[in-house]
Design a protein around this ligand. Structure first.
Ligand code: FMN
Length: 342
């Protein structure tokens, strides 16, 4: 009898969002099977080791977040041999898996033939995956993350089949073209087409914000494995519900994690060591980063809406922490009032 493996749920790479601190807090709160670094851009040379440590400080700790979640290292570029050299170094430094980015729509990246624009050149996509697969020890998986195409799906299957033929171990599909940018909907039915064409494991990504979305995505794409992007940040408990854990995350607990996130950045700022912490933030930079997360939390949490309105213009750490703590008291008295009224 064949036994099916439990579905995997990964935290998506998101440049400027899922950095070391965000990976740390989200993998403490949620049961991810793995996460992926923001892309490391490779141009025409081998990066020094410090570039990898900065993008992935977890390389110092077995390439796991403090919660023990594996971190895969993502590279983005267009030169197969240079990507291969960088992938080999990342593997030597301890990357458990190398992921290749064929999805980034950013103009600066695309202008240099990196990211999603390569999907118009399936032979280049194939050459990159083949070169990296060849350069990296066989026990280290090489994976690719693609969009459906640049402007349309003309080369969608060529790319997927080329990635498979080049020896990739798995494929993540963000179910939109570059032209779609991040506009809904995600075309999960296209993932089903790719699944039907290839044998390698396919993970579905795009527009999963709720449990219902995940269910529909699984139904339409046929994939059990999912990668959560923005939905993971707006609702940090989503992953646990998808993993079958119904324990409730309340605002007090979430506020605690928000404070941990903010203070981890502030504390790292007082002992600058990029290779241990990745980006080093000034106090105002850390507050800005925290506001970015809080703004995203407003999508799922009414408490976040009230708090964001209150702290939007605050610049002092003490004020922000005080407002955060006050929001917990407000939320608990509101819920006490609600339960005594009921
Ligand atoms: C701010 C931001 C940064 C991103 N950076 C990366 C990246 O570094 N590498 C990558 O492969 N995808 C990147 N993506 C794409 C996401 O990994 C994911 O494919 C996309 O957001 C769709 O998933 P979602 O609808 O669940 O957010 C980024 C997306 C966002 C919103």
């Amino acid at each position: 009898m064949t036994q099916s493996l439990p579905p995997l749920i990964f935290l998506a790479p998101m440049e400027g969002l899922t950095d070391f601190y965000m990976r740390d807090v989200l993998t403490r709160m949620g049961r991810y099977d793995a996460c992926v670094t923001e892309f490391i851009r490779v141009t025409d040379r081998l990066h020094p080791a410090r570039v990898f440590y900065r993008a992935c400080p977890e390389l110092r700790t077995g390439c796991r977040t403090a919660a023990g979640t594996l971190v895969h290292v993502q590279l983005l570029g267009s030169e197969p041999s240079v990507l291969a050299d960088n992938a080999a170094l990342a593997a030597e430094l301890g990357a458990p898996s190398i992921d290749l980015n064929f999805g980034c729509p950013a103009k600066t990246v695309n202008r240099h033939r990196g990211g999603a624009v390569l999907l118009d050149e399936p032979h280049v996509v194939h050459a990159i995956v083949a070169a990296v697969r060849h350069a990296v020890p066989a026990h280290i998986p090489v994976t690719a993350k693609m969009r459906l195409g640049v402007n349309d799906r003309e080369y969608m299957l060529d790319n997927a089949l080329g990635i498979e033929a080049a020896g990739a171990d798995a494929l993540v599909v963000h179910a939109r073209t570059k032209a779609d940018a991040y506009r809904p909907p995600a075309h999960w039915e296209a993932i089903a087409e790719i699944r039907a064409a290839v044998k390698l494991p396919v993970m579905a990504n795009g527009e999963i914000w709720t449990q219902e979305d995940a269910l529909r995505c699984r139904g339409i794409s046929g994939c059990s494995d999912l990668m959560l992007g923005r939905g993971a940040v707006t609702d940090p408990a989503l992953v646990n519900r998808l993993q079958g854990d119904d324990s409730v995350l309340d605002w007090a607990a979430l506020a605690h994690w928000q404070e941990q996130f903010l203070m981890a950045m502030v504390q790292a700022g007082s002992q600058p060591d990029e290779e241990r912490f990745g980006a080093i933030w000034t106090e105002s930079g850390a507050i800005g980063r925290y506001k970015q997360w809080l703004a995203m939390l407003t999508r799922s949490w009414p408490e976040a809406r009230a708090l964001f309105a209150g702290i939007k213009s605050m610049t002092r750490l003490a004020d922000v922490r005080q407002a955060l703590q006050a929001s917990v008291i407000q939320a608990s008295s509101a819920s006490e009032e609600g339960s005594s009224a009921g």
